[in-house]
Design a protein around this ligand. Structure first.
Ligand code: MEV
Length: 430
């Protein structure tokens, strides 16, 4: 099979799919139906990406129960994993009493780097000073290059120069306003590079945003009364103690910290995906933040304190609510409407709710792990999916889930069919 196809990106989705069938040795018409080539927005998707052959549809779910900074909100989530939505909703329910989830969102900053090569070692310190002293001049040039950004309060708020190996690096820090800021700061790096070359005596190499977080992370905290963790007070105490022990485990074992953080990103990524954000950029910064002390640490900590289980999460969140992939996408507008930020396009609220969702999902995962374990809850959801595929009504799906939860044991199609039949009074339609 030869995968070389010159001009593949210039073909239409149908032409690409036809060529794939040919190259893969498939009978004509066997791949196309599965690819859903008649999806109504395929031509739009074809313009949005490259080499498109189909639309892969993911569910947009909503998690209820969230109370963040004294305001209730619904949280839009895009994920193929039902337990992520269940965890966010359950964690939010536990954390909504009392003060609910509280957040601190610091002023957003985005940085870009201009690599300056060939500055002689002996001239580096003087070059560094010249670059840093030019901050006002470069800020003026940045504002002139992007007047609407400047008019909305955007600015070059910092300029630092430092040595990295054989290079001098100019770090441009901007206030991106409501945009995520990666394209903006990259554009500024490219525009200002000639002046930075003149100031430093070096030759510009890379001119690009850094996905490392600039400034403090977003913080979310919340607590739950221990007695609310289980009907049985002794079990509730044991779960709270288990969550604290799980947190300490992650604090001392990097292997566990990686999984702990994965559970946090389950919720964070799903909100970001629903809101058209650059999930990969947020993950890159988040995992770098987790290793800032030289080894992987958990992004959250949980402690038992005076009858309550108290948690705090810190994570950098480079989000934006205007520009880029966001504009003109109805589903993202709907997600913003669900979040209550359609009109304001408030990136602070988006950051706050995203961090809150990470904290809620983390609490739900840890309470499940410290209690009955994850699989019971997962099995119930999985059984629900199998039952629904067998044609069960929502009430029958719930009844099958309850039976499985009570009985435990493996979930397979035959067993779910039997349980469904017993729920229906002995009728087995599988
Ligand atoms: C599964 O998607 C996420 C968890 O493994 C997170 C954790 O272990 O904390 C449950």
């Amino acid at each position: 099979m030869n995968s070389r196809i010159p001009g593949f990106s210039r073909l239409s989705p149908a032409q690409r799919a036809g060529l794939l069938e040919e190259r893969l040795g498939l009978a004509p018409g066997t791949l196309l139906p599965d690819l859903g080539l008649d999806a109504p927005d395929l031509s739009v998707l074809d313009r949005r990406s490259e080499g498109v052959v189909a639309a892969l549809v993911l569910p947009l779910s909503v998690a209820p129960n969230f109370r963040v900074d004294d305001r209730d909100t619904f949280v839009p989530l895009v994920t193929e994993e039902p337990s992520v939505v269940a965890a966010a909703s359950r964690g939010a329910l536990l954390l909504r009493e009392g003060e609910g989830i509280r957040t601190e969102v610091p002023p957003r900053r985005v940085a870009g780097q201009v690599q300056l090569r060939g500055v002689p070692e002996g001239a580096c310190e003087a070059a560094r000073q010249r670059v840093e002293e030019a901050r006002d001049e470069l800020a003026r040039a940045a504002r002139e290059a992007h007047p609407s950004w400047a008019a909305a309060g955007g600015d070059l708020v910092g300029l630092r120069a430092y040595g990295a190996g054989a290079d001098l690096v100019a770090l441009l820090v901007i206030d991106p306003g409501k945009a995520m800021g990666a394209n903006l700061v990259t554009d500024l790096c490219e525009r200002l590079a000639p002046r930075l070359e003149a100031l430093s005596g070096g030759v510009a190499g890379l001119r690009i945003v850094t996905n490392a977080a600039e400034g403090p992370p977003v913080r979310a905290s919340g607590s739950v009364e221990i007695r609310r963790l289980h009907r049985d007070p002794a079990r509730a105490e044991a779960i709270a103690d288990g969550v604290q022990a799980a947190s300490r485990f992650a604090e001392s074992d990097p292997r566990r910290a990686v999984t702990h953080n994965k559970g946090i990103f389950n919720g964070i990524d799903a909100v970001l995906q629903a809101c058209g954000q650059d999930v990969r950029a947020v993950e890159a910064a988040g995992h770098a933040h987790a290793v800032r002390d030289g080894r992987v640490c958990p992004l959250s900590q949980w402690r038992v304190d005076g009858g309550r289980l108290v948690g705090t999460l810190e994570v950098p969140l480079a989000v934006g609510t205007v520009g880029g992939a966001i504009e003109g996408r109805a589903a993202i507008r709907a997600a913003f409407r669900i979040l209550g930020i359609e009109a304001s396009r408030d990136p602070v609220r988006l950051s706050a709710v995203t961090a809150a969702c990470g904290l809620a999902g983390n609490l739900a995962a840890l309470t499940a792990l410290a209690g009955d374990g994850l699989l019971r809850g997962h099995l119930r959801l999985h059984a629900g999916n199998v039952a629904a595929a067998l044609g069960a009504s929502p009430a029958e799906v719930a009844a099958v889930g309850d039976l499985l939860r009570d009985e435990g044991g493996p979930v397979d199609r035959a067993r779910v069919a039997r349980l469904l039949a017993s729920v229906r009074g002995g009728r087995d339609d599988s």
